[in-house]
Design a protein around this ligand. Structure first.
Ligand SMILES: Nc1ncnc2c1ncn2[C@@H]1O[C@H](COP(=O)(O)OP(=O)(O)OP(=O)(O)O)[C@@H](O)[C@H]1O
Ligand SMILES: [Mg+2]
Length: 237
């Protein structure tokens, strides 16, 4: 369970304050598939970065499975992030001089308890995303959709419970977009929590839960009618 209470995020740039998030309260139970939509600048990435422990709220609390992240040191927050969250970005963020397999193995460099055979685990993840025959290709030798699948494999290697995707299909054609969303839905069906930022209405329409942000506030939450209370996303609008 991810739980934000009265979270405010203020950025200070050139002595100007930007109220990126204003009093966000939100509960996301495990195994949820949630889309976040909203106009450019509405605070989507800011919210996702806080959920993924890439950043901290200015005020308010954020707890991950009951652990108050505000009480963690920066190192403690980083280790929570590495254990619990996998990230996917619009621009793939692969290292261009490393091949697909090496890119997928990167998270093990920062892991306190890497598996005995990191290469085998990375291979397994690449096979899972359908790239068993592209392991030794450099990112520049792969299509956009294939590069994003490498990024999905990389997000999975540390076996995180939560996948956070910031416009993962923003740079892809419609067929590759569909494949990535199908892959995320499959991961959700296997038990992962998936939170995806998207501008595309047809992607949001495939997600059971859709949160809308506007000027740093939650202005709408769509939920499936038949969801059990224990499985529900809860937000204060
Ligand atoms: N590091 C930063 N310093 C100062 N202001 C920032 C910073 N990051 C974001 N902002 C501001 O905070 C607000 C929310 O930004 P955020 O990136 O969360 O929006 P977004 O909804 O993800 O937008 P987009 O759809 O364009 O990606 C914006 O007004 C933005 O200009
Ligand atoms: Mg953004």
């Amino acid at each position: 369970m991810l739980k934000l209470e009265n979270v405010i995020k203020v950025y200070t740039a050139n002595e100007n304050n930007v109220d990126a998030l204003q009093e966000i309260s939100l509960q996301v139970p495990s195994r949820i598939f949630l889309a976040i939509q909203g106009q450019s600048g509405s605070g989507k990435s800011t919210l996702l970065n806080i959920l993924g422990c890439l950043d901290r709220p200015t005020s308010g609390t954020y707890t991950v499975d009951g652990a108050d992240t505000g009480k963690l040191s920066d190192d403690g927050l980083a280790s929570l992030r590495n254990q619990r969250f996998g990230f996917i970005f619009q621009s793939f963020n692969l290292l261009p001089r490393f091949n697909a397999l090496e890119n997928v193995m990167l998270p093990f460099l920062y892991s306190p308890s890497p598996p005995e055979n990191p290469r085998a685990v990375a291979q397994q993840m690449l096979e899972k995303v359908g790239l068993g025959n592209r392991m030794h290709h450099l990112p520049g030798e792969l299509s956009g959709g294939q590069q994003q699948r490498v990024a999905v494999a990389r997000a999975l290697v540390n076996k995180p419970g939560v996948i956070l995707a910031d416009e993962p299909t923003g740079a892809l054609d419609s067929k590759s977009s569909r494949e990535i969303v199908d892959l995320l839905a499959e991961l959700n069906a296997e038990g992962k929590t998936v939170i995806i930022i998207t501008h595309e209405a047809d992607i949001a329409s495939q997600c059971p839960y859709v949160l809308t942000l506007s000027d740093g506030r939650i202005t709408d939450l769509k939920s499936p009618k038949n969801a059990k209370v224990s499985q529900k996303v809860v937000a204060s609008l």
